[in-house]
Design a protein around this ligand. Structure first.
Ligand SMILES: [Zn+2]
Length: 342
């Protein structure tokens, strides 16, 4: 029988201190050339080992080979200028120095395919690979060429689809698209964001997921969350579209958030990766707290469709805290499995 409540993380784990300075985003590499390649692979091995040791069921690379979940993908596309950066407000929230689109964007070569093959070789477990979603990519760049978020998203979706097909062929079981922008630009999601995401998953036969969250545990996000009031109903704006889409899995932020659990009812047929670990605090959840979050979600998602997960990536946390959280997730899920065992 298939194991109930397969556990996984959204994507990133902290990097070892010898690879990149910890606890920050866009942390620069400390190595270069062949040493960097070897260092990234070693870090990936550690990330894999720690997930397996914690007992997670779906394994990912911990994003050890990427500097950032969006810009590392973009770096491999033509038509983007990384030298002349622009400062833009991303997710309508915080300023970031980002690359500039100066011509037609196209994927000239594979981006993560070799890394995915490397991960595939190391484990027999189900593996998941995260890519940025087209709308979030658009929102993490300055566009001096298309002058249309929709057109640029469509081009990105084509490039993502090429990458996703190769990742699938490399043995990836679940391809996840990270779309935090879906929680901010509702009208655009309904106008073209969802269509672009559908374009990105076109023709795939592996499982597909979309991750929508309230962001990493950085100050700008924590401040934003304080303005959202006592009930966060953002998911309500996009769930009807997601319900109609061909995406298989939806990854959500739940624990310690003000998202009403009953919103999950709106995506009843989908598999749901329920965030039962808060990535915005160094406090490690107890397994009972994890179990409690899963119990609340179980009122609105069938147990066969519930995948315990983290709220978002853990890149900005310390390694010790991240390890503790992996273990809490795993033990917390086991509590519920026992309750359901007859
Ligand atoms: Zn996230």
């Amino acid at each position: 029988m298939k194991k109930l409540l397969p556990t996984s993380i959204v994507g990133s784990l902290p990097k070892p201190v010898w690879l990149a300075p910890p606890e920050k985003l866009w942390s620069p590499w400390k190595l270069d050339g062949d040493q960097l390649l070897e260092g990234k692979q070693d870090a990936l091995r550690i990330a894999l080992h720690e997930q397996q040791l914690a007992g997670l069921d779906i394994i990912c690379d911990g994003e050890q080979t990427r500097q950032h979940f969006v810009t590392t993908f973009v770096e491999h596309l033509s038509g983007v200028d990384f030298e002349n950066r622009k400062t833009v407000k991303i997710r309508d929230r915080y300023d970031a120095s980002v690359p500039m689109v100066i011509g037609e964007v196209a994927r000239q070569k594979a981006v993560f395919v070799e890394d995915a093959k490397f991960l595939r070789k190391q484990t027999d477990k189900t593996i998941k690979w995260a890519l940025p979603g087209p709308m979030t990519m658009v929102d993490t760049l300055y566009d001096a060429h298309y002058k249309s978020r929709e057109k640029l998203a469509w081009e990105f979706a084509k490039a993502l689809n090429e990458e996703a097909r190769e990742l699938q062929d490399a043995g990836v079981d679940i391809i996840q698209f990270d779309e935090p922008a879906f929680n901010v630009f509702f009208e655009e999601v309904n106008d073209w964001g969802m269509a672009a995401l559908e374009r990105a998953i076109e023709g795939l036969h592996c499982a597909t997921a979309v991750h929508i969250c309230y962001g990493y545990g950085i100050q700008a996000n924590t401040d934003w969350k304080k303005t959202l009031g006592s009930e966060w109903r953002q998911y309500e704006e996009v769930f009807p579209q997601i319900q109609k889409s061909s995406i298989d899995i939806v990854s959500l932020e739940c624990h310690n958030s003000n998202v009403p659990f009953d919103l999950i009812e709106l995506i009843r047929c989908k598999k749901v990766m329920v965030g039962a670990i808060d990535v915005a605090t160094n406090t490690i959840e107890t397994p009972e707290e994890v179990a409690d979050t899963l119990r609340k979600a179980l009122k609105f998602v069938d147990i066969e469709n519930l995948y315990p997960c983290t709220n978002c990536g853990m890149a900005p946390l310390s390694r010790n805290v991240a390890r503790g959280k992996l273990s809490a997730l795993s033990v917390g899920a086991e509590i519920i499995r026992k309750e359901f065992a007859v």
